[in-house]
Ligand binder design. Structure first.
Ligand code: NAD
Length: 455
């Protein structure tokens, strides 16, 4: 069976075939720059357990390299290399000036107590820092599957303890809690970016029609979500609460819940938090995977890679597949969906909200001052004066607080990138899908940098 990295490269190759890259450059772009494996013993309930972890850097021509840390039993070298490569393409598509990286520990975090997880995370952070794979200027991790702001705080304080004189130490990781140098809106950022990306895709009737024959706008669209974790929950919440979409099914590890009238995303999330899964909810069905084939407008896989394969792709009844997770559609399935006229919004564009807001957090950390601090009061005063002058109630205007600035920057990033991707697609009649167009866009930028780097 082809691995994840092989799948990413096969889809990338479609775009490489359309470009006139100098000899050897495609191989140079595809290859990871470095991969480390670490193994360290941790004493768990009186016994030693050897924990294995990896971190791959895909492209060091733009430092620091950036990408999440995943804690999951599936983590291995192939997976982190594939995810690191996707990070490079993602950063290029949304113009975030980082190279790609990814890492993870092969553990099931649910097996450990909080104290044990803290110990494991701190050991991993120290192992990465010692080798230059954790550093504000070289390699800056972020949350991914199985990790969140709690783990990022442990990583930041471990790095700080090891590097007390590094004035930028807190920028060694993003996705931190707001009171520890994090930025408002980072936790929701990937789901928020998915919402903005889908808004951009469906803004125009002609474009929506191209994407599997949809009508414009999200209002009334039916959505099936796989994985109600950080990304899936926020995306489903915003699409249903703010854009009028109807979440008709949520697929989790232990099955799925279905309600054609529309599920209450917050209530499902609360149930999972309390009971560890969706079993017990009204509309529960045990065969979750079958629900990926449920009829809907938008199928939103937000859990893990390799979910839509050559096996189930012929039976997918969504009009559009919105890749909120990384790599949810295999290369074979991608071909089948294309042939069947099902639209795909590719992962390395659609889930770029996380790295975009991480970039805002990192630059804020380096500036040592929060966005808007100097001008917020002044701008609010000016806006109030302007409102009074034109006879409008001044209490309806406000200064630019951090979350508004973050959302505004993210919105602009997602809409601008969508426009750039479709410009590439529409300028070349050999390209008819967003994934190939996004790869071409990314490759053109990356190729320029690689040519310089190779000198
Ligand atoms: P998470 O750990 O918060 O959530 C994952 C969810 O998927 C959990 O609810 C889990 O129970 C569920 N899940 C796991 N295996 C499943 C299965 N086999 N079937 C159905 N559900 C399953 O992870 P996340 O951070 O939301 O990441 C999800 C995906 O989004 C990953 O592919 C990740 O790489 C990608 N991503 C995450 C971020 C981020 O900022 N967190 C950014 C970009 C991309």
């Amino acid at each position: 069976m082809a691995g994840f990295l092989d799948d990413v490269n096969r889809m990338l190759d479609r775009a490489i075939g359309l470009l006139d890259l100098p000899p050897g450059l495609a191989e140079e772009i595809r290859a990871a720059d470095a991969v480390i494996k670490v193994a360290f013993p941790v004493k768990i309930r009186g016994e030693y357990r050897v924990i294995e972890g990896w971190r791959a850097t895909h492209s060091e021509w733009r430092l620091p390299v950036k990408g999440g840390l995943r804690f999951a039993p599936t983590v291995d070298e192939d997976e982190v290399e594939a995810l690191a490569a996707l990070m490079t393409y993602k950063c290029a598509v949304v113009d975030v000036p980082f190279g790609g990286s990814k890492g993870g520990l092969r553990i099931d975090p649910r097996e450990f107590t909080e104290e044990e997880l803290e110990n494991i995370t701190r050991r991993f952070a120290a192992a990465l820092a010692k080798r230059g794979f954790l550093s504000p200027s070289l390699n800056v991790p972020a949350p991914d599957m199985g990790t969140g702001e709690r783990e990022m705080a442990w990583i930041a304080t471990t790095y700080l303890a090891l590097n007390p004189s590094d004035v930028d130490a807190i920028a060694c990781v993003t996705g931190k809690p707001v009171d520890m140098g994090g930025i408002a809106g980072r936790t929701e950022a990937t789901g928020r970016g998915v919402q903005y990306g889908l808004q951009a895709a469906l803004a125009d009737a002609g474009e929506a029609q191209r994407l599997g024959g949809l009508s414009a706008g999200l209002d009334g669209k039916t959505v099936v979500v796989q994985g109600l974790g950080n990304v899936g929950y926020h995306a489903a919440k915003f699409l249903s609460e703010e854009d009028g979409a109807r979440v008709v099914a949520i697929v989790e590890r232990d099955g799925a819940v279905v309600d054609e009238a529309g599920l209450d995303v917050g209530a499902v999330r609360a149930h999972i938090g309390e009971h560890g899964g969706v079993a017990g909810l009204p509309g529960y069905v045990e065969d979750g995977l079958a629900l990926l084939e449920h009829e809907c407008d938008i199928l939103l896989p937000a859990a893990l890679e390799g979910q839509i394969t050559a096996e189930n792709a012929p039976r997918i009844r969504a009009k559009l597949v919105a890749e909120a997770a990384n790599g949810p559609v295999t290369a074979d399935a991608d071909e089948i969906l294309r042939q069947r006229g099902i639209g795909v919004v590719p992962d390395f564009y659609l889930n770029a909200g996380g790295v975009t807001v991480s970039y805002f957090e990192w630059t804020q950390n380096l500036s040592h001052m929060t966005y808007g601090r100097m001008e917020k009061r002044l701008l609010a005063q000016r806006a109030e004066e302007a409102a009074r002058a034109i006879g409008v109630d001044p209490t309806i205007v406000s200064g630019a607080d951090e979350i508004s600035l973050v959302r505004s920057g993210l919105h602009d990033t997602m809409f601008t990138a969508y426009e750039r991707i479709t410009e590439v697609r529409d300028a070349d009649d050999r390209i008819d899908d967003l994934r190939t167009a996004a790869f071409v866009l990314a490759l053109r930028k990356i190729a320029k940098w690689h040519e310089q780097y190779a000198l």
